[in-house]
Design a protein around this ligand. Sequence first.
Ligand code: DOR
Ligand code: ZN
Length: 431
Amino acid sequence: MSRPLRLRGIRPYGADDPVDLLLRDGVIAELGTGLDGTGAEVFDGGGLIALPGLVDLHAHLREPGREDAETIATGSAAAALGGYTAVFAMANTDPVADTAVVVEHVYRRGCEIGLVDVHPVGAVTAGLRGERLAELGAMAASAAAVRMFSDDGGCVHDSLLMRRALEYTRGLRGVIAQHAEDPRLTAGAQAHEGEIAARLGLAGWPAAAEESIVARDCLLARDAAAALHVCHVSTAGTVEILRWAKERGIRVSAEVTPHHLLLTDERLAGYDPVNKVNPPLRTAADSAALRAALAEGIVDCVATDHAPHAAQDKDCEWSAARPGVLGLQTALSVVMATMVRPGLLDWRGVARVMSERPARIGGAADQGRPIAVGQPATLVLVDPDATWTVRGAALASLADNTPYEGMELPGRVVATLLRGEITTEDGKVQR
Ligand code: DOR
Ligand code: ZN
């Protein structure tokens, strides 16, 4: 057993008055002021804010198959340094995570690395081909205990297949995470369909390609009494459909990415492919609607859609570049800039949208727990007053495709604790 650790002078959920936490055997053993931590290692918090460790429902870790872009090791490091203690690893790997063998491999690699809990997401359809269901039951029964299934990167667009997937996952107590994009409406699309795409001469990705799938899926989830999760909501119209569905008791949850909260299609003017992402950056009115929906709870949580790409796939002309941006190490700062600073969320709210709700949606029972005696010591410590300048080359990811290059962002993750094991800012793990 490791030595007990005493976190001195930290502020749970941003409370005004600092307390000490005594961590023993991976659990919060005591919480209060003036604790007797004799024999414990001391970590001086100096007023840092403590939140439950962040949970990301949507990350592309690229292993197996594209270890030149990211690995489970580098992605786990980026996650831990970004304040995450659990990440859901998307299935669009090579081979695809559509069998028990592949999801168990990802799960075991995550355990070996041990910086964050890695939960493999299983593919909905075999090979992500959208033709027949993958072995959902076998993945659920595997050591990886998969509960979230997604064809992310592509959409389960066949209505009957989506209906069957929802019916089947209901029995598995799972959830289908849908990348909502009608592929017929987005064939060749390069940017949000609107004024800016028209001016730049880029083929448009209409809002209706997302909204029509979300509306359909809400109805299918209603009929199957199944859980649906909508990935990376990007339009104001989708927010209204989610509101309609939630008012009717349909089991639908939704995520928004940090980049859709902060960035808009105005960034596209220079044709820099670092801004190419799927779904595309939308209008300022859309991102304002997303911020309001996250504050209100119509959009349940933040997920990064961390999408590292090797330079040869990203540093090329716009139409050939892969969509996607890095997200794990910048998410908390972007949420602070877009939600906390403007007064849309307080720190309790941040804990809700970045930890508690994603843990519940993904079925990670050990995560998103309250900061209280007897609970796992799975935490993030944040300096809310610090600022930092983003440099892609300095991030732990193998790739460097961050859209925030050179931007000064508020809030710094100082340490992340996973069941008492600490990862500090400099990447060193103290054991
Ligand atoms: O921008 C994106 N990148 N959106 C997706 O849906 C997939 C992802 C990727 O795998 O790169
Ligand atoms: Zn997606």
